[in-house]
Design a protein around this ligand. Structure first.
Ligand code: FAD
Length: 416
C-alpha cells in the first residue's frame, strides 16, 4: 500500500484498521535467482535496487535476526560525501544524491535531514588539509565551504573557544550532509523490496554454503537448504565469517564501535559536528537526545558492547569540545560490529568463484553509503561488471597495492 496524506486521512476516518503489514513474513522458497545473505541496510538496499532498477524479482534476503537489529539500527545516523580520494568521492556523492530523493523513491519517511556536517580544525596543518579536501570535493561537483572562526562561533555558541587546550580555528562544512533516521532506512528498503515480491526471511541464519567446484549451488540455513543461481554476501560485521563458509578469506577484521545517546534536551546543536582534536562526533536527534560517538574500541570482537576505557575517552573528547556536556546524563549506549578492512575502504566485487558476490569492509562509515552500496552491488550482480563509481572498490586491490587509504593510516584496520 502506498503512503500519502490521503491514506493517513482515510485510515484515520476508518479507525486505523486498514493499515497493511510493512512487509510479508514468507517461508523460504526452494530456489531463488539471487540470495542475499544479511538483511541489514546494504542487503535490503541491494534487493530493492535489483528489483526496482534491474528487473530481478526472484530474490530471497535471509537475515539471521530481525530487520534493523544490525548496524543499520545501531549507527549514529550521519550521512555526508566529504571525501578526498578519487576512489571514494564519486561513490559517496552518488549515495548523497540517492538519499536526497530516497523518501519519494521508496515512499517511506526516513527523516532525511540535510542539517550540515562540520569538521572542526584546530591547527594550521588541519586548516590546510581541510581546504585541500574542500577543493577536491568541489572539483568533483560536491558542495564544500570553509568557515572562519567567527562563523563557527555564531553557529555553535556552546563550544569552548576561550580556554580550550586545542582552540578551534574554523571548520569545513558540507551543508548537504546531515542525518537520517537509521532504522526507518531498513524498514523503507524492506517495504520497497517486498512490494516487488522479494522475500525477506527473518530469523534465518546462513550456516553453510554448498559448492560444486567453483560454483555455489545454494546455502544451508537454519530453515533448511535453499538453492540459488547467485549468492550475494552482505553481512557487515560477520563478513569474514560468511565468506569463510564459501572458502574465501577476506582481508577484514571485526571490531566493536560504541554509540551514546543523552537524555532529551531543548534544541542545542542543529548540525553534525566532528571534533578535530580527538575522535568525537555529535548531533541532536529530533527527540532531543544528543547522539554521539568516537573511535572503535581497538580490539577484535563480535560482542556488541564496548569497554569503559573507550567510554571515558569519548566523554573526555566531548567535554573538551563542549564543556557543558559534563552536566548531561547519558541515557543509552550500545555497540555494533564493524567490518574493518585493511585500508578503511569497502569491497564491492565478485569473488574469485563463478557466482559469489561480496559487499563488505564498510568499517564505521557504511550507513551513509547504504543507497549507493545497494545500487552498485545490484549493478554488479545483475550485469557482472562493476558500477563505474565503485570500480576502485575491488578485492584484488590489496594484492595489487592500490589501496584507498582515505585516512593515510596505512594497512592497519585498527587505525582507520
Ligand atoms: C555505533 C556505530 C556508529 C556508526 N555511525 C555511522 C555513521 O554515523 N555514519 C555512517 O555512515 N556509518 C556509521 N556506522 C557504520 C554503519 O552502521 C555500517 O557500516 C553499516 O550499517 C553496515 O552495513 P549494514 O547496514 O548492511 O549492516 P548490518 O545492519 O549489520 O547488516 C548485516 C546483517 O547481516 C546479518 N547476518 C550476519 N551473519 C549472518 C548469517 N550468517 N546469516 C544471515 N544473516 C546474517 C546480521 O544479523 C545483520 O542484520 C556506525 C556503526 C556503528 C556500530
Amino acid at each position: 500500500m502506498r503512503y500519502s496524506a490521503l491514506s493517513i486521512f482515510k485510515n484515520a476516518l476508518g479507525g486505523n484498521k486498514d493499515w497493511q503489514p510493512v512487509w510479508r513474513e514468507p517461508e523460504p522458497k526452494k530456489k531463488y535467482d539471487v540470495i542475499i545473505a544479511g538483511g541489514g541496510g546494504h542487503g535490503l538496499a541491494t534487493a530493492y535496487y535489483l528489483a526496482h532498477e534491474f528487473g530481478v524479482r526472484n530474490i530471497g534476503v535471509i537475515e539471521k535476526s530481525y530487520i534493523g537489529n544490525g548496524n543499520i539500527g545501531r549507527n549514529t545516523t550521519i550521512i555526508r560525501s566529504n571525501y578526498l580520494l578519487e576512489g571514494n568521492t564519486p561513490f559517496y556523492e552518488l549515495s548523497l544524491k540517492l538519499w536526497e530523493g530516497l523518501e519519494q523513491d521508496f515512499n517511506f519517511n526516513a527523516m532525511v535531514s540535510q542539517r550540515g556536517v562540520v569538521n572542526l580544525v584546530h591547527t594550521d596543518g588541519q586548516r590546510d588539509a581541510a581546504r585541500r579536501r574542500g577543493n577536491a570535493m568541489r572539483m568533483h561537483g560536491v558542495d564544500a565551504e570553509y568557515l572562519d572562526l567567527k562563523t563557527i562561533r555564531d553557529m555553535l555558541p556552546f563550544f569552548d573557544y576561550s580556554n580550550a587546550r586545542f582552540p578551534i580555528m574554523g571548520g569545513l562544512i558540507q551543508r548537504r550532509g546531515g542525518t537520517v533516521r537509521h532504522d526507518a532506512v531498513a524498514w523503507g528498503f524492506a517495504r520497497g523490496a517486498d512490494s516487488y515480491g522479494v522475500d525477506i526471511i527473518q530469523n534465518c541464519e546462513m550456516t553453510g554454503v554448498r559448492r560444486e567446484g567453483s560454483k555455489i549451488t545454494g546455502v544451508e540455513t537454519s530453515k533448511g537448504f535453499i538453492e540459488c543461481d547467485k549468492l550475494a554476501l552482505s553481512a557487515a560485521g560477520h563478513s569474514s565469517v560468511v565468506a569463510e563458509m564459501a572458502g574465501i578469506k577476506l582481508p577484514i577484521e571485526s571490531h566493536v564501535l560504541q554509540a551514546f545517546v543523552s537524555e532529551g534536551l531543548k534544541p542545542f546543536i542543529d548540525t553534525v559536528v566532528t571534533y578535530g582534536a580527538g575522535h568525537f562526533y555529535i548531533s541532536q536527534s529530533d527527540k532531543g537526545g544528543l547522539v554521539f560517538g568516537g573511535d572503535i574500541d581497538g580490539y577484535n570482537s563480535y560482542a556488541r558492547r564496548g569497554n569503559l576505557a573507550t567510554v571515558e575517552h569519548v566523554m573526555e573528547a566531548g567535554v573538551a569540545m563542549i564543556p557543558a556536556l559534563s552536566r548531561v546524563k547519558v541515557l543509552r549506549s550500545w555497540g555494533g560490529i564493524m567490518d574493518m578492512s585493511m585500508d578503511g575502504s569497502p569491497i564491492i566485487d565478485k569473488a574469485p568463484l563463478d557466482n559469489l558476490y561480496i559487499n563488505a569492509g564498510w568499517c564505521y562509515g557504511g550507513f551513509k553509503a547504504t543507497p549507493a552500496s545497494g545500487w552498485c552491488y545490484a549493478h554488479l550482480i545483475a550485469k557482472d561488471e562493476p558500477h563505474p563509481v565503485a570500480k576502485f572498490m575491488r578485492l584484488d586491490r590489496f594484492r595489487r597495492g592500490y589501496l584507498i587509504d582515505e585516512r593515510g593510516a596505512g594497512a592497519q584496520p585498527n587505525l582507520h
